[in-house]
Design a protein. Sequence first.
Length: 658
Amino acid sequence: MFMNLKDVQLGSQVFMKMYNLRTLIIQIYGEQVHLCNGGLDYLSEKLKYLYWERYPLEVLPSSFNPENLVELDLSRSQIKQLWEGSTHVPKLKCLNLVYCENLIGIPDLSNIPSAEIINLYECSNLTGIHSSRECPKNLHSLQLEGCKSLSRLPSNIHLSEEPSFSTSVVLHSSREGSKFSLRYCLSLTKFPHISGNIKSLDLSGSGVEEVPSTIESLSKLEHLNMKECGSLKRISESICKLKSLDRLDLSGCLELESFPDILEGMELKYLDLSGTEIKELPPSIGNLNRLEQLVLSKYYGNLNKCNLTEISEDIGCLSSLEMLDLDDNFFLGKLPKSIKKLSKLYHLSISYCPMLRSLPELPSSLRYLAAMDCTELIQSLPDESEIELCADGCGSFIFNFMNCLKLNQKAVRNLFQDSVLKMQLMGTEKIISLFKVRPPPLPPSRFCSINTPPDEEEDERVEGSICLPGSEIPEWFCYKNNGSSINIPGLRNDCGSSSYIMGFEVCLVIGFEDYNIYLTNPFISNIYVYYDFHIETSDGHKEGFVRNSIQLSGELILFSDHILLGYNLSRKCYEFFQELDTLLANRGMSDYVGTSLEFNILSTVFSGVSLNLGPHCKVKYCGIQPIYVKAQVMNSVSINQDTRDTSGCNDTAEETCR
């Protein structure tokens, strides 16, 4: 029997003669069902599936015998307890009482021996769960998230691998692996005694004070979430016994002052210790040789700065580490020299570390370096540091030194200039590989990056950017101008030396006047500095394309001018200047007025709408430098998309230039 109702009055004996009723589903829209005489006298003992959203009574009928009940869903109801006394429900497999805020107790688990899925989400007045004997042996999922009064659990909870049945369409139960959620169970202070094939355990926001040694019994555990466990003080060394553990989140554990020794190898790939009181990592951290992402930032809500003072040299043993986040560590004065050994590290974030004065030699794999607001940072890159920006076949990089006002700029500028030179000297195959391989994804962070605006076409390209304080265009830029635009007369391929324009180096001096990127508009998601590039003929004809240069983001105030250095090499740029050669061959140089570039700063809000940023953020000076590549390099790139035949490429290119 299905009833789709908005508001209805039912008598207490409405189901009295429905002796063979096996399925009852009542879905409510708006107000709840009203029962005349304030009660319900009868439900069929043959009932298997009972779904009654917003059930209006505090208890099920005393005459109801649930011996055949398989699924029971009374979500968002007024129920306080299901039935009075001890009632055996041998066939019940799924119990769903989500948002039953008046619920104070559920049946003894030993009286529902077939239970596989129990969902008590947001039952905020439930104080405990009891089992006088053994728990259901096929229990697969126990969801207790939001049960903020819950303080007691059975000592013998065992979760099985998979449920043995498929729930009804109405109940929407998950089959994604054994799960146990105690999220936001504020009154629960002891780690639950559980066993079985649990893959995911969520204790985030709970009152748990310690992770005991018994956790080693959860041999199949893959994800352990203890985020924002404000009372957590200790984690047992036995956690290293969890050989399947892939992800461990301890962020926001304000009382946690130490991380346990890792006495043997683990498979852990993600570790988040942000927002804790951990001051240093144990030397045994090196045993986490599968770790890919380590977060030690204090950037966590509105918390104060972190007390991390030192990072062990053993961090160099984390051979799989790809991302390292050390933001907001107030007392961190240096990074270990062993960081150079992290051969897979491509993302390093050390922003808002005011005591950091210099950086050690960095790994050649590094692509994203964020060092915003490191106010004492003087030496950004040591003289012996050689970051091979093209070594991994992507060629793109993003380095951000915003508000590092004491920075020695020479090493940073040299890094940028050297990276462009290296790409100019590359062979054909390397350039092709750079076009085809995309750089690693940029994680959510507060630093400068290059991205494609929503309306820009995809293009095969490599690009890089560096942001640092400064107010002058470097001397190697041939074309410079005040303001946000620049004209270059007669810019074209250098046919005499068989060199072709593949892209541009761009330098902008941007003026910031007490500019706070976030406070200016709290809905801003990105700020784009891009340029409109086109050539113009004497008859007013224009051809061109738009290329963004640099994106800014971050919650900091910029008090001074900053330099944005960027480069972009693309197939689209190369083909554009090849077409220009053809145009000039047909129409003559007298028809070519020149090339112009105009830079703009726009932001995008979360809705995707573009906004101008006003007078507090503007381009003061701009510079441009074409990047030329020898013909034999680029001609091989131009083949190749269809035929892959390299014969005659040089001759064709030379002829086009004449």
